[in-house]
Design a protein around this ligand. Sequence first.
Ligand SMILES: [Cu+2]
Length: 69
Amino acid sequence: MTSMTLSVPDISCGHCKSSIEGAVGELSGIDAVEVHIDERTVDVTFDDATVGRAAIVAAIEGQGYDVAQ
Ligand SMILES: [Cu+2]
């Protein structure tokens, strides 16, 4: 398993949290995803043989959020 933290500056509320966690959680190979509203970050743990950073970023961007890094 690989873990990473993405910075998503537009996260502001519980709706952001649920939509991002839902979209990333639907991807295969995701072990855990947690949005931290106050820090505006997304912690993701995933199987890097199945899914990668680009697909995770795309899922977040698909919900209308830009990923800072
Ligand atoms: Cu929100």
